[in-house]
Each structure stands twice: as structure tokens, then as C-alpha cells.
Design a binder for this molecule. Sequence first.
Ligand code: CO
Length: 161
Amino acid sequence: MRSLTCSSATWLRPPGPRLAELIPRRITDVLTRIHHVGIAVADLDESIAVYRAALGAKLLHRALNEQEGLEAAFLSTGDGEVELMRATRPESPVGKFLAKRGPGLHHVAYGVTNIAQALADARAAGLELIDSEPRMGMHGSLIAFVHPKSLGGVLTEFVET
Ligand code: CO
């Protein structure tokens, strides 16, 4: 009688490279860490000074986006970054946010190694995307936003790193 036993090692062995290519990647394969948090502020210079003094944050760069009515400053805080954002006009998205909620947490951004994959997986998971395609962000990297109603009321950003 032939033995039908099979060593568990055979079954548990990870798939070879050809098979691995056929298995869809999941967002957990591309999501690396919390990249930064976005904070809406009333006064950008004052807030930069506060974060420098309070947390030893280092100013990485400032950028103005007239189209979105936004000026942002990126500061490094240890492993991650803080994006301080002010509105350049009251009717801009950040201006409306400030009018409605006041200064505070605006969004959480996750670093991903493949933003197209992250968006595809987020869509497959039923999340409502604000950006159906990646676009160039103020970091100089590709970004996309997920609607806050999909993730506990928090506006969520993916940043390709
Ligand atoms: Co951001």
C-alpha cells in the first residue's frame, strides 16, 4: 500500500517566486508605517515655533499650494513627521475645516511602498476613496486620500515612499 503521508514542511513551504507573483498583494504588504499626521493651525509660524520648542521638531520644508488654498510645513519628530497646515483663504478646504472644527488633527498619513496597490486594496475593502488615482503631493511624492467616513471619522492619506 502506498503511503499518502506528506510532510508538513512541504505544505508550509512558502510559494516559489512564480506562484508568489500570481497571489494578489494585500495592503499589509505595502503599508509600512504612519508617515505623518496633518494638523490644521491658525498661525503657521507660531505653530512651527511651538513644535520646535516643545518637541525639538526640525523644519524639513514649507510649501505653498495656492490651488488648494494651503500652506504646509513639514517637521520631523523622531521617526515620523508632522504636517502643520494653514489656510491661505477661508473658503479653501483647510479654511472650512478650521471654521468648523478649529485647529487640531486634520489627517493621518500612512506610508506605502506601492500606492496603486494600496488604493486597489482600499477600494476592494469597501473604503470610499476621495482620490481614485494617485496625485502629486506637497512632499514631492504620490499621495491619495480616503474619505473620513470609511476610517472612524479620520481623513486618511496614503503616501508612496
Ligand atoms: Co499629509
